[in-house]
Design a protein around this ligand. Structure first.
Ligand code: PQQ
Length: 610
């Protein structure tokens, strides 16, 4: 969308969830800088009226701030010219049956904005938990149109919506969640003018549904061949094969390509689904008009660890790789490798670990002449498939929630470095046999998680990474995973939030310059904008997401947390109840139990200024 693209160049506004189509999360604003950030103060706050995990962050468009909440997905428009007065509020009615089919808390990663065009008003688009995509009049909050993207709105097929839509050209793109329920993933483009369907592309299945051309679509430079997805599954397993699309999307207006990644193959039990399980765990480049796949790259063929490939792709033009400037795409995958690709051709340029503890694969094969080209070289000891069903494979790094999950990184064109919120967590993984029933969990593994052994004892790092060379430049340890999106600014400050609830600012060497404890854990993404000549920093608090599910889902009360920690510390013999806590919430409840010592549920926007 030409107008939106232009608007994203004005740093006073924040018009897309990730700042721009390239997902850089960078702002040229520099009023708040490394010398004065220590003087940051809370300017104003706003309670969202909802508890549980608050992901995403506010959009700011010409004096109006828009954001939404977790289920029930209330949308607010606040008037910045009138002290944050509520201009309008939209509260949809949704079937609460969708709550239990959301794997990783009732999160939502934010709303999207579409500028007015012709007689269509400017829109705020929200993709709801029940998979309704609703277009609201940005001025009034009135519903302009609404479509249901999933098969039903009551959770009966295990489908849900958590991702932020992306407005591009005259369309809006949404994905689907439910990889833990055997949902067959797809992305769908709807026409902005009336919500009619433009195109849909599945992650698995026949070529005409995956929108793949056997000759023209390439994987690492070679045509994919006929029905490449079908060939990589046994029987009709692709129909319940996952590859959901709940992460972030990117758009390159010049190449007219859309980029995104697909999630884990279903079930988590790899023994049950032989083959490469294409095109789960894959970065897709698709033609924005037709949805046809131009190229694909599967990062984790035949996943055995739940390393969803949905994390954001960041598009940068100023990286020199082996002395050559490249139109690059950079992706920090759950599997612990950071990938740099040529985004025009899909050529693999760099693939390196961005946490040294990553052990499930030794490296990614980079020799184009090898039959293993582009494939991670799996270390047998950590193969949950090889070890088989009902066998507990221990000490796998990273854990299922990856070296990074949905929390988006930032890129600074000033330093040419990426600032990445990461997890530093390992796991034990025991696959077991499951059968598919629509709307029922189709997980097939028991997982427990713990801080990376033999390291700094914490569960996270905030790092700076050079995607041209594949090197970690610095790494700042954090007690918990950094589950919040980062923001880099021209003031030579980088911001992020922590699960305990701190908003932090660091300098370009990772030294902490400022921290402030907000009312609840932060899993939202830090944004910035300027209003009446003043720069502001805004962030949502509200602990939750997968890492915070113990608190958000009420699976762990403070007493439970203490008892569990005693058992883990060997202060008393573990009981069955301890084991149940340890593996609840798909393994996250035990791992993050200590979080209950630092924070509790909330739902608040905090805005800072000098
Ligand atoms: N959501 C979070 C979060 O918001 O903290 C973390 C995760 C999800 C994961 O680690 C997942 O694997 C995941 N998987 C799916 C899926 O497979 O469809 C969906 C979601 C989601 O929509 O939130 C998550």
């Amino acid at each position: 969308n030409e107008a939106l693209h232009e608007m994203s160049k004005n740093p006073k506004n924040w018009v897309m969830p990730t700042g721009d189509y390239a997902n850089t999360r960078y702002s040229p604003l520099d009023q708040i800088n490394k010398d004065n950030v220590k003087d940051l103060r809370v300017a104003w706050t706003f309670s969202t009226g909802v508890l549980r995990g608050h992901e995403g962050g506010p959009l700011v468009i010409d004096g109006v701030m828009y954001f939404n909440t977790p289920f029930p997905n209330i949308v607010y428009a606040l008037d910045l010219n009138n002290d944050g007065r509520i201009l309008w509020k939209y509260e949809p009615k949704q079937d609460p049956n969708v709550i239990p089919i959301m794997c990783c808390d009732t999160v939502n990663r934010g709303v999207a904005y579409a500028p007015a065009e012709g007689d269509r008003p400017a829109l705020i688009l929200q993709y709801q938990a029940d998979t309704t995509l609703v277009a609201l009049d940005a001025k009034t909050g009135e519903v302009v149109w609404s479509v249901v993207n999933g098969r039903e709105k009551d959770g009966s097929f295990g489908e849900s919506g958590t991702s932020a839509p992306m407005v591009f050209k005259d369309k809006v793109l949404v994905g689907i969640s439910g990889g833990e329920f055997g949902v067959r993933g797809h992305v769908t483009a709807y026409n902005l003018k009336d919500g009619s369907l433009a195109w849909r592309a599945y992650s698995t299945g026949p070529d005409d549904e995956v929108l793949m051309d056997p000759e023209q679509t390439t994987h690492l430079g070679k045509p994919v061949g006929p029905n490449s997805s079908l060939e990589s599954w046994e029987g009709d397993q692709w129909q319940t094969g996952g590859g959901t699309t709940w992460g972030w999307y990117a758009f390159d207006p010049e190449l007219n390509l859309i980029y995104y990644g697909t999630g884990n193959p279903s079930t988590w039990n790899p023994v049950q689904r032989p083959g490469d399980n294409k095109w789960s765990m894959t970065i897709f480049a698709r033609d924005a008009d037709t949805g046809m796949a131009k190229w694909v790259y599967q990062m984790t063929p035949h996943d055995e660890w739940d390393y969803d490939g949905v994390n954001e792709t960041i598009l940068v033009d100023d990286l020199e790789i082996n002395g050559q400037p490249r139109k690059a795409l950079v992706h920090f995958d759950r599997n612990g490798f950071a990938y740099t690709l040529d985004r025009e051709t899909g050529e693999l340029l760099v693939a390196e670990k961005y946490d040294p503890v990553v052990n499930w694969a030794s490296h990614v094969e980079m020799d184009p002449n090898s039959d293993q080209y582009g494939r991670p070289q799996v270390v047998a000891q950590y193969s949950t498939h090889q070890n088989g069903e009902d066998t507990n494979t221990t000490g796998i790094c990273p854990a299922a929630l990856g070296t990074k999950d949905q929390q988006p990184a930032a890129y600074s064109p000033k330093t040419k470095l990426f600032y990445v919120p990461t997890n530093h967590v390992c796991m034990d993984y025991e696959p077991y046999r499951v059968s598919y029933t629509a709307g029922q969990p189709y997980v097939g593994a028991t997982v427990s998680m713990y801080p990376a052994p033999g390291s700094h004892g914490g569960m996270g790092n905030f790092i700076a990474y050079d995607a041209a060379t594949g090197k970690i430049v610095w790494s700042k340890p954090e007690q918990f995973s950094v589950w919040s999106g980062a923001l880099a600014t021209a003031g030579d400050v980088v911001f992020y939030g922590t699960l305990e609830g701190y908003l932090k600012a660091v300098d370009l060497d990772g030294n902490e310059l400022f921290k402030f404890k907000t009312p609840s854990g932060i899993i939202g993404n830090v944004n910035t904008y300027e209003h009446n000549g003043k720069q502001y920093i805004a962030v949502l608090s509200g602990v939750g997401g997968w890492a915070g599910i113990g608190l958000a889902g009420g699976l762990l009360q403070q007493e439970g947390a203490e008892a569990w920690q005693q058992a883990v510390a060997g202060e008393r013999a573990p009981t069955d109840a301890d084991t149940a806590i340890g593996t609840a919430g798909l393994g996250a409840v035990g791992g993050y139990a200590a979080l209950a010592d630092y924070t509790t549920l909330g739902g608040q926007l905090t805005v800072f200024a000098l």
